[in-house]
Ligand binder design. Structure first.
Ligand code: GCW
Length: 847
C-alpha cells in the first residue's frame, strides 16, 4: 500500500477534517449519480464523491445511479448529473429546478437546497457529463478545505481547449521529462498496466483539463503500428471516464517509414490515402479522438517544405483526413524556424520566424486547423514578450503553448512557481487594430469569435510518485488547470488553495509555501537572466539547465545575446535591427522600438546597448546584472531556512524531500550567480560598485591546497569554477587527498564544499579537520557521495560545468587554531571526485 503522502494523490489527498469540524457537516444519506454507464464521467463523479466523503468526513455513503421512484431524494442526498437528466419535479423529492444561468461547454452549477430544518441537499449539475464531474470535484475540494458549499454557484471555462502535451517517446523515455520514465510507453509499445494513466486523468479532471496528446511532438512512425493503435485505444478507454480525450502527435515521414511509400509529399494521392487509412484505423480504436499535433520542418523534423509544398498543404492533409470521423482538429505548431541561422547577419532573427512562416497563411487552412503557438517568440524563456503571431491570425484560431515542466526554469530542481510568468503573457494587451486585445482574450476565442481555441501545456509527468519529481512543482500543474479555466485567477489564492489541499491548513504552512512560491520566479529570473536577455543556460549541450552564457552565441540556434566587450542585447528594432518589434501592432511596436519606452525587463530582448546604459531604475545594465544575481541568489538562501519552520507541520517524507531540493537550489543559485557575474565581469571589465564580484575572502581554492593523488584541471566554461580550475584524482583507481592549513581565525563556521556531481559515477568524499593529515586525532566533519542524480531524478551533464557544479554544507563546525583541513576524494567511473573550493563561512555570511 502506497503511503498517502508520497505525492501520488497530489492535491487530491482528501485528508480527514478534524472530528469537531467534520461533525458540523450533515450525514449525507446517499449519492445519486445519474448515469448507469461506467464509462460516463457522471458515474465517475459518484465514485469520487463516495471516496472523498469517506476520507474527508469518514462517512460511508452509498451510490445509486438511477432515481427509481418518488421521494427517493432525501434531504441530505447529493445529486450529480447533467441538466437534462436531473428530475426537475417534486415527485423525486426535488424542489423546482434551480435558476441555473446559461453554461458553456463543460461548465457546471453547484448549489444546495435547504429543507425546513436547514438540512442541505447538494445538487451538482453539469452542462455536459464532464461538467458534472468538475462540479463534483469542486464540491470535494471545497469540503477538503473546509470552505462552505455555495448555495448557488455557476461557472464556465474561458476556453474549450484545455489540454496537456506529453513529450513521451515510445521507448519510454520522456524528452524534457524530469520525473522518471513514461507512464504511457515502454520499449516501443503502450504499457500493459495503465493504473498511473487513470490516476493522471483523475488529476487532470480535478482541475478541469479535458484533453491530452500522449506522445512526443518529435514523434515516431511506430506509434502507428497495429499493436500501438490498439494500445492508444486502451489509453483512451482509461482516460474517458474522467472526461479526458486523447490525441496523438504524428511523424511526417510515416508514409515512407511505416507505410513503405516512396514519398511523404502531402499532395501525393498515395500519401493522402495512407493518412486517410491511418485516421480510419485510429478512430476505430479512439472514436472520440481529439486529433493530431504536428511538429514539421522544425529542428530537423521532416515536413511539407521537405517536399516543396507549403505548411498549409501539410496541415490541410491531416485536417482532411480527420474530417469524415468527427470533430478532430489539427494542432499545427508554429514552432518552425531555421536553426542554422548566421549570427553575423544582424537582420537574422529566430524571433521573426513564426510570423514569417505563418503570418500570411491565415486564410488558407481548413476550418479544423488550429495553430499552436509557444507563449513567446523563442522558447519558454524566463522572460519573453508574447509571440507576435498572436496578433496576425484572425480567421485561424490558436492554442497558446505553455510549459509546466521547467525546461529552462530549473527543471523541477529549482522551485519556480509559474503563474506570475504566465500572467505577463496572458494579461498583455497587443492592441490589435487599436482595440483592447489581451492575449487571454485572443486565446479564449473572444477577440476574434472563434469557437475552438485555448491552451496546451507541456507537462511531462513521469512515473515517480511525485509526478513531476518535486512535490512543490505540482502547484504548477494545478495552477495550469485553474488558469485555463479562468486566466484572471489570482496567483496567490491559487497557490493557497493548492497548499491547503496538498499540505493542510496550518497558517504557517500556507504562508510559507505561498511566500516561497511567489518569490520564486522573480528570484530565478534574477539569478538566471535579466532584462530580457533570456535564461543564460547552456543550450549547446542541449540540457538547458545550468549557466553557460557564452553558449547562447556563436551557433545557429538563434538564442543570441550578442554580448561583446562593450554592449549586449539583440537589436530587434525596425530602425537598425531585425525588425521584430515591427511585427507587433503599431502601438505595441512603438513601445518596444523606443529605448525610452521599452520596459526594463525586456530591454535586452529588443535593444543592443552598452553595459553602461542607464536603466529607468537609474542603474547601469551591468550593475543591474550584478545586483540582481546577488539579490536572487540571496533570496533563495532563505528558502530552506524558511522551510525548516515547517518541520513537524508537514509529514516527514515530504518535509525532507522538499528540504533537500530547496537546499540544492540554494547552492546551485550561487553557481548561477558566480558564473554569470564572473563571465560578464571578464567580458566588459567593469567592476561591481559593491565589490562583491570576484571578491571571496572566505574561500580557498582546491587548486591551492596541497594535493596527493589529485591534479589541477581547467574547467570549461571557465566561469563555472571559482578560479577557473578544479582538482580531479589522477586516475579512477585511487583516492586523492587535498590538505590545507586553515588560516581563518578559530571559531564556528559553516563549511561549504563546492564540487561537481556529474554522470558516469558516484564519487565519495570525506572531510576532516585536525592538527595534521596523519594525525589520528583528525575529526571527521562529514562525508557525502556524488549521488545527486538519484535525489533529483536526473543528471544534467557528464562534465564538470555549470550543470554539475554543486555544494555540500556542514553547519556549525568548530575550527581551532592550527587546524588542517583534509578532503579525501574517492573516484568512481568517469567521475574523478572533482572539487572546486571550500568556504569557511562565519554565521550570517553567504558565499
Ligand atoms: O525547446 C525545444 C526543446 C526540444 C523540443 C522543442 C519543441 C520536443 O529543447 O526538446 O522538442 O523545443 O518544442 O519542439
Amino acid at each position: 500500500m502506497l503511503s498517502t503522502n508520497n505525492g501520488i494523490n497530489a492535491w487530491l489527498r482528501y485528508a480527514p477534517l478534524p472530528a469537531k469540524t467534520a461533525a458540523l457537516f450533515p450525514r449525507y444519506s446517499h449519492i445519486v449519480a445519474l448515469s448507469e454507464s461506467e464509462k460516463s464521467p457522471i458515474y465517475t463523479a459518484g465514485k469520487e464523491l463516495q471516496e472523498g466523503l469517506k476520507k474527508i468526513l469518514l462517512q460511508d455513503v452509498d451510490i445509486t445511479n438511477t432515481l427509481a421512484g418518488p421521494g427517493q431524494l432525501s434531504a441530505t442526498a447529493i445529486l450529480v448529473g447533467t441538466f437534462e437528466v436531473c428530475p426537475w419535479d417534486t415527485t423525486a423529492g426535488l424542489q423546482n429546478g434551480p435558476d441555473i444561468p446559461p453554461l458553456k461547454e463543460d461548465g457546471f452549477w453547484l448549489g444546495t437546497q435547504e429543507d425546513n430544518n436547514g438540512t442541505a441537499r447538494v445538487l451538482i449539475v453539469g452542462q455536459n457529463e464532464r461538467g458534472a464531474l468538475y462540479g463534483a470535484f469542486e464540491f470535494l475540494t471545497l469540503l477538503a478545505q473546509n470552505k462552505p458549499c455555495p448555495r448557488s454557484y455557476a461557472t464556465s471555462p474561458s476556453a474549450p481547449i484545455r489540454w496537456v502535451n506529453q513529450w513521451d517517446n515510445i521507448d519510454g523515455t520522456i524528452e524534457r521529462g524530469y520525473a522518471g520514465p513514461s507512464i504511457f510507453f515502454k520499449d516501443g509499445a503502450v504499457v500493459d498496466d495503465l493504473t498511473r494513466v487513470a490516476q493522471y486523468a483523475r488529476l487532470m479532471a480535478s482541475v478541469r483539463l479535458n484533453g491530452i496528446i500522449v506522445n512526443n511532438v518529435n514523434s515516431h512512425c511506430n506509434l502507428l503500428n497495429a499493436t500501438n493503435l490498439k494500445g492508444l485505444g486502451r489509453i483512451a478507454d482509461v482516460m474517458r471516464p474522467w472526461g479526458v480525450r486523447i490525441g496523438v502527435a504524428l511523424y511526417f515521414d510515416t508514409p515512407i517509414e511505416l507505410g513503405g511509400l516512396s514519398t511523404s509529399d502531402p499532395l501525393d494521392p498515395d500519401v493522402v490515402a495512407f493518412w486517410n487509412g491511418i485516421s480510419a484505423q485510429l478512430y476505430q480504436q479512439v472514436p472520440d479522438m481529439l486529433g493530431y499535433l504536428i511538429k514539421a520542418n522544425s529542428e530537423g523534423q521532416p515536413g511539407p517544405l521537405t517536399y516543396g509544398r507549403t505548411l498549409a498543404d501539410g496541415a490541410n492533409l491531416f485536417a482532411r483526413a480527420l474530417k469524415p470521423h468527427g470533430d478532430g482538429i489539427v494542432m499545427y505548431r508554429a514552432f518552425v524556424y531555421n536553426h542554422h541561422l548566421d549570427e553575423s547577419n544582424w537582420k537574422n532573427d529566430r524571433a521573426n520566424a513564426a510570423v514569417e512562416f505563418f503570418g500570411d497563411l491565415d486564410n488558407v487552412f481548413e476550418d479544423n486547423v488550429i495553430i499552436q503557438i509557444k507563449y513567446g517568440p523563442i522558447d519558454f524563456q524566463v522572460r519573453e514578450p508574447p509571440s507576435p503571431l498572436f496578433a496576425h491570425l484572425r480567421r485561424t484560431p490558436v492554442i497558446i503553448e505553455f510549459q509546466v515542466c521547467q525546461e529552462y526554469l530549473g527543471q523541477q530542481s529549482h522551485l519556480v512557481y509559474l503563474p506570475p510568468l504566465w500572467k505577463t503573457i496572458l494579461d498583455f494587451d497587443l492592441r490589435i487594430d487599436g482595440q483592447p486585445s489581451r492575449v487571454r482574450d485572443i486565446v479564449s476565442g473572444e477577440r476574434f469569435h472563434w469557437n475552438r481555441s485555448g491552451y496546451a501545456a507541456v507537462v511531462n509527468v513521469g512515473n515517480d510518485t511525485t509526478w513531476l519529481g518535486s512535490h512543490l512543482a505540482m502547484s504548477n500543474l494545478y495552477a495550469y488547470g485553474r488558469y485555463c479555466w479562468d486566466p484572471c485567477s489570482d496567483a496567490v489564492s491559487v497557490v493557497q488553495d493548492w497548499t491547503r489541499l496538498t499540505f493542510g491548513s496550518h497558517p504557517t504552512v500556507i504562508d510559507t509555501v505561498t511566500q516561497l512560491s511567489m518569490e520564486s520566479w522573480p528570484a530565478y529570473e534574477n539569478y538566471s537572466g535579466n532584462l530580457g536577455i533570456q535564461t543564460l543556460c547552456d543550450i549547446v549541450k542541449t540540457c538547458h539547465y545550468g549557466p553557460s552564457p557564452a553558449a547562447m552565441d556563436g551557433n545557429g540556434w538563434g538564442q543570441w545575446t550578442r554580448a561583446d566587450a562593450h554592449a549586449i542585447g539583440m537589436d530587434r528594432t525596425t530602425a537598425t535591427g531585425s525588425g521584430n518589434a515591427g511585427q507587433y501592432p503599431p502601438e505595441v511596436a512603438a513601445v518596444f522600438e523606443n529605448l525610452e519606452t521599452v520596459p526594463d525587463d525586456l530591454l535586452l530582448w529588443f535593444h543592443h546597448v552598452p553595459y553602461t546604459h542607464q536603466l529607468k531604475s537609474g542603474k547601469t545594465v551591468i550593475q543591474h546584472f550584478y545586483d540582481a544575481h546577488y539579490e536572487g541568489a540571496q533570496r533563495v538562501q532563505t528558502f530552506p531556512v524558511r522551510w525548516e519552520a515547517l518541520r513537524g507541520l508537514v509529514d516527514e517524507d515530504r518535509f525532507q524531500h522538499t528540504l533537500f531540493r530547496l537546499s540544492y537550489q540554494a547552492s546551485h543559485a550561487l553557481v548561477w550567480r558566480d558564473s554569470i557575474c564572473t563571465f560578464y565581469h571578464a567580458k566588459c571589465g567593469i567592476r561591481d560598485e559593491r565589490n562583491r564580484v570576484g571578491n571571496h575572502p572566505w574561500r580557498v581554492k582546491a587548486a591551492d591546497m596541497e594535493l596527493e593523488g589529485y591534479e589541477v584541471v581547467p574547467v570549461i566554461p571557465f566561469e563555472a569554477a571559482f578560479g577557473g580550475h578544479a582538482i580531479v584524482t589522477q586516475s579512477n583507481q585511487a583516492s586523492g587527498t587535498a590538505t590545507w592549513v586553515v588560516t581563518f581565525p578559530a571559531g564556528v563556521y559553516n563549511i561549504a564544499v563546492n564540487y561537481y556531481d556529474h554522470l558516469g559515477g558516484q564519487s565519495h568524499y570525506e572531510l576532516f579537520l585536525g592538527s595534521g593529515p596523519d594525525d589520528r586525532t583528525q575529526r571527521l566533519v562529514g562525508s557525502w557521495a556524488g549521488d545527486l542524480g538519484e535525489h533529483l531524478l536526473h543528471d544534467f551533464s557528464d562534465q564538470r560545468d555549470g550543470h554539475s557544479a554543486t555544494r555540500v554544507t556542514f553547519k556549525g563546525v568548530k575550527v581551532e587554531a592550527g587546524d588542517v583541513l583534509t578532503i579525501v576524494g574517492t573516484p568512481d567511473g568517469s567521475e574523478l571526485a572533482p572539487l572546486n573550493y571550500v568556504s569557511f563561512l562565519p554565521e550570517g555570511i553567504v558565499d
